[in-house]
Design a protein around this ligand. Sequence first.
Ligand SMILES: [Zn+2]
Ligand SMILES: [Zn+2]
Length: 332
Amino acid sequence: MTQTAAPSRPSTSSEPPAAGASSVGPTAEDTQPTENENLDRFLTGLITVLPFIGLGVVAWQLWNSLLHWSDIAVFAITYALCAVGVTVGFHRHFTHRSFKAKPWVRGALAIFGSAAIEGPIISWVADHRKHHAFSDKEGDPHSPHGHDGPLRGLLHAHVGWLFIHTQRANRERYTPDLLKDPFIAYVDRTFLLWVLAGLAFPFGLGWLIGGSIDTALTGLLWGGLVRMLVLHHVTYSINSLCHFFGRRRFDVDDESRNLAWLSIFSLGESWHHNHHAFPTSAHHGLHWWELDVSSLVIRGLRRAGLVWDVVEISPERQAKKLVEKDAAAPGT
Ligand SMILES: [Zn+2]
Ligand SMILES: [Zn+2]
């Protein structure tokens, strides 16, 4: 900050030097003396700091008028329930049968997953089983490979495939077990009901926590729309990013990858390469440092006696499937 708002004395020099006329260095005549140095510093400091204070006030006002603590709570609770419905329910239980569960737990998982608005449960499971049957080959509903360039491929795997119906899985062929289950078939048929319940829930929760219609509406915004946005794109990223970027260590015949940073929001689903190596495993994180919240939820449910026959892959079986180190990284 060189310009100040402090009053300053007019120049003592009567004749301004012509631009570029001075061939010697600056003298005292070149410098504008300050009448009150302390006042100058104070004012400069004030106009430097004031905008930051203003920004703080704006943030504080937004927090109190547009964003409440109740919104954060509603978002977190609704996100957690819907995400667990998809990862623990739709994916690990219904698609891959990686554990058995009490009927009411099964029902709750089916309903929470439906509320995530990723399609009716049986179609979701059928498409995902077809994805495993043809991973990154002709017939895979959402591979980022085999398209005109990587960007088109990633876009197709992320969201484009949802608008195309040529590779959707045949429900009779891929999900006869679920079509036979009366309650699951009912949850599938009444998908719209669970979508609406998934929106009514954050509205009611916002009202309950915040105590006003305002917090109910912002609860609907955060627990409904924002939650939908985040969870959708996290799920889409498993299909796009986790078949494109990341690390691999097992000998599998597809392009699946482990993407560590996505494991937090995806509740462990981004250890997707591990998952393709051992699709029935209830745990996608196979090392202690591979954070997998869905796996922790399944362990918790097992401890409570609500789920059992949890499929686990022994370290020996994992080791057998590792890519030969020499072949994977020559010279290292
Ligand atoms: Zn995959
Ligand atoms: Zn899977």
